[in-house]
Design a protein around this ligand. Structure first.
Ligand code: ADP
Length: 431
């Protein structure tokens, strides 16, 4: 301890000044600390207010519960959704907001989670049913988060009423189902009609032939032109020209109807045949197809260049048919003044393999580019052989594979057909 009685007056004064300085410094320190505390408190209040404002204005219902399932808080959106005031719910078990069997299951959920740590809901979220105060039940999306505090934990449930979404989903599903049924019905009608119409057609063909034979016989019976009476001379041209000409038209018509019915049959069979998809080596398939076109390519002076193409997931017969149709068309619709140059390439894009079949042929005017995929649509019926079915079939095959076909073309310059097929059987395989 300092003995002040032995100190000189000057030392005492010095000592006093020193003490005054220390007091001043510690007062300034205390001031600074209290300002800092005030600032911290205000920042905390500000942040609390912000969080409360967010929770209070959230569209989703937010409910916090304790470890035993007791409700600790709920925001206005949750009050509105369930038809309760917060004061009616705080302290009650959250299972009151759920209809059976969720109500009974809920306590077991929390118990299981606390015991095993196995989360069926926490951090995951799923569709469940909620129950309002008036007993009505509604579908909701529920996701639960866990908040660990120093000496306890809370669970926060985020709920969203999905009644409208579920209604729209079920309407869409009903629509899709009735559309699929209508489609099946239509395919059956087309199949049965084209099948059954063929037998009367065969009759028309057969009896027309009989008629032609009968005419030939009558004509024979008329004898030579010199021996005919005047009546017989009048009948003769009917038998030799008019009737055979009419029969010729009937048979041409029959052949046309037969081709159309065949087309219908092939088209409708496509929708009925089961797909047998697998991973396809498209480069190999294109090389095989190219060999089958060797004669036509040589004859027309056309060239076919195959660039590397990735594999895809599809039915081998049907995908082969698509590429064969497109190559046949590229040869068939060559420009009159230059030999066809055809190039096929492929690339991967967003889970699909996309192949480009490019030619320098007659091209397709913009206004026709959508129509060529319709059944029996031909831009120029006099242009080469064909029934306007190849692209409709390609379109249908690719649609069934969850893929698509499109064309880019400039009339007079050439066309590129893009064929898109799932690259593998992973998530996009739409079978
Ligand atoms: P088809 O060849 O039997 O007429 P498609 O369905 O294969 O039937 O083709 C429909 C129409 O599309 C053809 O008549 C033709 O006018 C046009 N077309 C198809 N491919 C090409 C092509 N590569 N270049 C120009 N036009 C084409």
């Amino acid at each position: 301890m300092t003995d002040y009685s032995r100190m000189s007056r000057e030392d005492l004064i010095e000592r006093l000044k020193e003490l005054e300085r220390r007091v001043a410094v510690s007062a300034a320190d205390a001031d600074a600390r209290s300002t800092e505390r005030r600032l911290q408190e205000s920042a905390l209040r500000d942040s609390e207010q912000r969080i409360r404002a967010i929770v209070n204005t959230a569209v989703e219902g937010i409910i916090t519960i304790d470890e035993r399932g007791g409700i600790e808080s709920l925001n206005p959106a949750a009050e509105l959704m369930f038809g309760y005031g917060a004061d009616e719910l705080i302290g009650r078990n959250v299972s009151v907001l759920m209809p059976p069997p969720y109500r009974q299951e809920h306590d077991t959920y929390i118990e299981n989670y606390k015991r095993t740590g196995e989360a069926k809901m926490i951090g995951i979220g799923r569709e469940v049913l909620g129950q309002r105060k008036d007993g009505t039940v509604f579908p909701m999306d529920l996701s639960v988060g866990e908040v660990r505090l120093a000496n306890c934990r809370l669970f926060t449930g985020f709920v969203r009423n999905i009644t409208e979404r579920k209604r729209a989903e079920s309407q869409l599903a009903e629509l899709a189902q009735s559309l699929a049924e209508k489609n099946r019905e239509l395919e059956t009608i087309v199949y049965v009609a084209s099948h059954d119409l063929r037998s009367p057609l065969v009759n028309i063909q057969g009896f027309s032939q009989e008629l032609a034979d009968a005419c030939a016989q009558i004509q024979k019976k008329l004898g030579s032109p010199e021996s005919r009476t005047s009546n017989q001379a009048e009948i003769a041209p009917l038998l030799s020209e008019d009737i055979p000409e009419a029969i010729g038209y009937i048979l041409a018509g029959v052949a046309k109807i037969d081709a159309l019915l065949n087309g219908f049959l092939r088209f409708s069979r496509l929708g009925r045949a089961a797909l047998q998809p697998r991973q396809l080596d498209v480069s190999g398939m294109l090389a095989d197809i190219a060999r089958t076109f060797e004669f036509e390519l040589k004859q027309s002076g056309a060239s076919l260049k195959l660039l590397p193409a990735p594999s895809c997931y599809g039915d081998p017969t049907q995908i082969n048919q698509v590429f064969s149709n497109l190559i046949a068309n590229a040869i068939k619709y060559a420009a009159p003044d230059r030999p066809a140059e055809i190039e096929i390439s492929g690339r991967r894009e967003d889970g699909f393999s996309v192949y480009a079949i490019c030619d320098n042929g007659v091209g397709i005017a913009a206004e026709h580019q959508d129509k060529i995929f319709e059944i029996f649509h031909r831009l120029d019926p006099s242009a080469g052989e064909g029934e306007g079915l190849g692209l409709a079939i390609a379109h249908k095959i690719l649609e069934r594979h969850g893929g698509s076909i499109a064309v880019e073309s400039v009339a007079g310059e050439g066309s590129t057909f893009y064929v898109k097929i799932p690259a593998s059987n992973l998530p996009l395989g739409g079978f």
